[in-house]
Design a protein around this ligand. Sequence first.
Ligand code: SF4
Length: 364
Amino acid sequence: MVGVSQITNGNAVSLGTPRIPAVRNRLRDEPVGAPKRVLLAAPRGYCAGVDRAVIAVEKALEQYGAPVYVRKQIVHNIHVVSTLEQQGAIFVDEVDEVPEGANVVFSAHGVSPMVVQSASDRGLHAIDATCPLVTKVHREAVRFAKQDYEILLIGHAGHEEVEGTMGHAPERTTLVNNPDEADTVEVKNPDHLVWLSQTTLSVDETMETVRRLRKRFPKLQDPPSDDICYATQNRQVAIKKVARDADLVIVVGSANSSNSVRLVEVALDHGAKAAYRIDYAHEIQQEWLDGVATVGVTSGASVPEVLVQEVLRDLADAGYVDVEPVVTAEEDLMFSLPKELRKTKSGATDERGLGGRVRDKQLS
Ligand code: SF4
């Protein structure tokens, strides 16, 4: 165990018994001609919206008993999903797969009004774990649509959050996937136009998309406040600082996690010589470490800290025992749980109903 167990970004491990495929002592401690070290980005890992969504499923299981159905992955992390499955959660793609009258949780990425209606039509008891920062974007979409704005939504086609947001103003929203599409997107009324965005995009790429949109549509209006959320922004700022000095950056996060994938891109754009995304420590390849003195480590907003600690253990096996935190912000935001889950079975207020986990829980 390396001496970093106390280094956290304030996030406790959320899930009781991690099921991590451990493969110890795979990596060799090869000389590299310079002192080996790890730069550990902070903030990293769980954001307030993920924390809330995962607790919501755990509490729903506790309150209503298994099974509890969850529409889509509650958050985009394979470890979180498999651990909740072990506890009795059943993940489905659509609400029509949920037995009538059962409990269903909507994921942190949000849903369109059509999904809410379908759940109601089936008599489901729906618990909405949509991140409040995604709900904020939904409300913006509804408000601008009511004011007859045309909405250019910057985001990635097929992402659940984008589908949910577009569903709030389907007639008025056009998706812009990337800066190149800003050069070709067609609008009906360039004088009454606003842009909104997915919460987990690259800040730099989004600003480039907006710059190119505004070149064509000078009256394009900005959203009232940032749609790219604080957690996405903070993790990108931290990895930029790490990447400047890193020969290799390892991002812990799943392939379908937008903000994790963005962290790899941001690291490469800001000086990292190489960057890889992994779900688990055992995916680190020996050859990635050839000639590498400094390894940067971070994790996406849906990643429990225990997975990062596993990476640090494996890197220590390979001689990277010196771990330096690179802290660019402190985070203490918490969101209240969905209202149905704020009480215990006996009716008392559940302290987790205040939003966060017990923050001084030790990592192991
Ligand atoms: S990444 Fe941002 S928008 Fe998504 S759940 Fe976390 S805080 Fe909410």
